[in-house]
Design a protein around this ligand. Sequence first.
Ligand code: SAH
Length: 361
Amino acid sequence: MSRARPARHLLDLTSEERRAALVELGLPAFRADQISRQWLIRLSDDPQTWTDLPADVRERVSAVLLPRILEPVKQVSCDDGTTVKTAWRLSDGAVVESVLMRYPDRVTMCVSSQAGCGMACPFCATGQQGLTRNLTTAEIVEQVLAGARALQRGEIPGGNSGGGADRVSNVVFMGMGEPLANYERVVDAIHRLVDPAPAGLGMSARGITVSTVGLVPKMVELAGLGLPVTLALSLHAPDDELRDTLVPINQRWPVNEVLSALWAYAERTHRRVSIEYALIRDVNDQAWRAELLADLIAGQLVHVNLIPLNPTPGSQWTASRKEDERTFVRTLMARGVAVTVRDTRGRQIDGACGQLAITTL
Ligand code: SAH
């Protein structure tokens, strides 16, 4: 099957490139900033309403630089409408999902960075699909903007009026795909999110989390950028023997190497890093593994996020028993490790961690 290359979009371009693109169209460069403000700040995706721009500019720009790149194909919600999962069809037919979660004081968008994933973690629904392709910068940023527009339109209940929950405050690269395997586009997308207007949305980099299986060279590169985004490592096991099977890329970059890269990231950015650990019954949830984990990480600037496993269809694994989960938590706490158990928002709609797969079509 031949697949068209995704069309170029305004959001694929830096500020400079947007100006150059307008000049290419025979339009004045300064229009680029007006258009960017409409799209990114006013969140207006209908060029007809851009009254600060002449009609011919609106038409030419929307025809050339604003192709529709995400088409919603299905939307489901739960948690009284405060969690919304959307499946998006991309211009070449690939489908990805994003999840919006509105809390009293914040709104988190969980976005996909790839269609499918090539990392093959056996407990993850996306991992079982294999990789279709990398998303473009615009396809990533548009997922965030779609959530921002839904909030602006008043479609999402919840939030305290006047609180921090009126706009998207957090973006987590925990949807489909391995963000560091699509490094350039993910970094560009982060720039679009954090750069001040009109180049970007002006979000705080501190509200952005990149989650990785542990692609060490890219972790090092990300640390060098000096962007204070949070880095989360999907560890899932403290020993190579088990991690080799749960996170197969461990065979390339083992536990000691990924942890060194993680500590280097914390040191370089002065940001607390996260470790994600899906608790899988009788697989990785033994007290001795909690002790071993503590041996490796105690004293570091790190926070452990335990995620009760969300079983995927046909999986032989399930979440830990509550008492084993409690022992795991207590063991880490006793060693002074900061630890929380992640909530299971979105579970009923297959929108919780690791459940994103196209069962919707
Ligand atoms: N590729 C990135 C993002 C994946 S999704 C990464 O691996 O970090 C974010 C988190 O959800 C990862 O820690 C991932 O391992 C975890 N996860 C995947 N499947 C899961 C499942 N079925 N139950 C619980 N957590 C899961």
